[in-house]
Design a protein. Sequence first.
Lengths: 164, 164
Amino acid sequence: MFSQEIHDLATEVLEEARARHLMIATAESCTGGLISGALTEIAGSSDVVDRGFVTYSNEAKNQMLGVSAESLTRFGAVSEAVAKEMAFGALANSRADASVAVTGIAGPGGGSTDKPVGLVYIGVASQGCMPRAIKCQFGDIGRTQIRTATVITALTELLVEIRG
Amino acid sequence: MFSQEIHDLATEVLEEARARHLMIATAESCTGGLISGALTEIAGSSDVVDRGFVTYSNEAKNQMLGVSAESLTRFGAVSEAVAKEMAFGALANSRADASVAVTGIAGPGGGSTDKPVGLVYIGVASQGCMPRAIKCQFGDIGRTQIRTATVITALTELLVEIRG
């Protein structure tokens, strides 16, 4: 189901987290569960993956992760602020030590001049550190391709976070 | 990323739900987010998909979905009772009208004589109805194949539930 690249990245994330006795949580909007789906594709992932939040609606982002209504209104769901709050919320609402969050516009609709299709923010957080966010502009390369690129970048950033 | 069969099923679920003005929530253990990942692969899914719960650990099943500690201890995470409680919990903790939940043993480890690799329970629920569960025995056909078969069966059962 997943490409060899994603499979290898997921394996690496699990191995690095396991070696450090870290648990992981995910918070996904535009990828809708694909990051947790990729991590759990690997046998034995249950000792590292605690849980995942698929917060597709704004209500879900607020209720499941505690993303503030103010950030959603002021900056929009696809923003650096919301990506950081999602990553923070995934930690606060789980027993995970590290988290990754994604929010973006997978298209084909929903884009604007300010926030075009392919714009994705990736948030990462770990216990005791301030969350950080990465802005990605994948362009209008197609919904599946944008989601795939997001999964790859999210796993890569999570790996960086875990390695500290 | 997903097969044509899964793509077509996800499209059908979204169309039927949209026609009835129903929102959907998912609760996934062994599939780890692939069901919500498949539904959100379809453009325009945001008017139907509210949220998803990836409850990989027992703690997550209890904390996110309200699955009772008694059921987890007495029947185990992979059981009819837990599948029903997960589906019910997905409704109770979202604004969805219909839900699907899966819990199973994707392998290659974790199987026993009573609960072999490939055993999966699928729970479905909708507002105002008692949750129901379906027992699937896919056999030891491989982790990816068990997860794929689970996604297909879950989407099929969700379609039955939506059509009432």
